[in-house]
Ligand binder design. Sequence first.
Ligand code: UGA
Length: 434
Amino acid sequence: MKITVAGTGYVGLVNGVCLAEMGHQVVCIDTDETKINTLQKGVSPIYEPGLEGLLKKNRKTGILRFTMNPQEAYSNSDLIFIAVGTPENKDGSANLDSVFSVSYSIATHLEKDVIICTRSTVPVGTNAKIEEIILRLKPPPVHVDVVSLPEFLREGSAIFDFFNGDRVIIGASSSEAAEVLEELFLPLSMPIVKTDRNSAEMIKYASNAFLATKISFINEIAALCEKVNADIDEVANGIRMDGRIGAHFLRAGIGYGGSCFPKDTKALLKLAGNVEHPFNLLKSVIEVNNKQHSLPVTKAKMAAGSLAGKKVALLGLAYKPDTDDIRESASIRIIQELLDEGAKVVAYDPAAIPNAKRYFGDTIDYTLDITEALTDAETAIIATDWDQIRHLHPSVFAAYMKEPIIIDGRNCFPLDKMSVEPITYISIGRPALI
Ligand code: UGA
């Protein structure tokens, strides 16, 4: 098939590259000239394991192309994927400006029948609005279907998830359009769910909100564990063996971040408010997560007293491992709070330093060497569970730090291994080792 992907952000680019890998003729369009130039050279503007290899390979054969020209992108496609950003408005709602401006551009360049699929996360009712715009502006003989096709890719394993996801959700208003998309995804051997458009849009928000709820729930249990001297890792293990609860998303820590959960939970709350549904559970999920981001500095101050003038090693900047993304990462709040306390921050991260530099400039120091970050630091805060951090030998802290206090926000180390070290080790929902 001839497929156009509008938007070369993380969702659009992964979709474009993977659809080309499946053998489709793909053209990706973006209004960002620098991005398109970079992609035309076969270089990925984002850090995503496996992405650049597939990008280079499929660009070389010509099956995957990049353009800024809407005529070239939209006039001759069988399928158009909308994968532009839906950032957060000040009031928490999803900003749909890019979605609608792409819809105008598509409508005015169509020359043949097409199915338009929305990959962007959009509030319920948005696909109907996209359809309205397109039907109003398209050339009369052209037939258009607008389908909600939410994505469930995780940053850091997006390529794997594209080919091995748990399900494909197709929210179409015509059975013909649903069948075309069913055929497109058939080779991936995933369960395919065909539903109506509003339900498909809701499935995406409900999925992310539910996962966020699991995280805030386990973090609340972790806080309770600290008060009653229980161990959250033991508790989570016992819980996850119940198939009804599920094994995943029960890792306690300093809360969720990234470009999805924080934005999508707020957008869903806003959507509920718009229809006068007081979604108090979701409101609490968001509040608990905000509180979690402040835990490391609160714990560090309790253990160390004042942090003023002291060197603090911040291990991890990305909101999770295997990404360079720091959007809504707990590390942002941690750095802000450490600077407010007058601490001298040295941050380690194997991938996210360039993004953090754009945010914090030279207000903190950066290093690609963990031991350099730890040298002479009095406190170390672990904010991301990168393998490079989890696989550190516990003795490294005592070897490099001054009277080491470790605040482990991701429970990277087993308590029995840390208990034999001459350190103060404070984690989340587990007994403190002082
Ligand atoms: C999330 C969803 O998992 C994807 O299914 C969805 O497609 C994507 O959002 C999206 O809407 O585009 P992602 O944000 O890449 O994917 O990352 P996750 O792996 O879900 O992790 C999100 C955050 O939750 C991270 O900060 C992680 O550290 C935290 N987390 C996760 C926990 O604190 N505990 C856990 O047990 C699991």
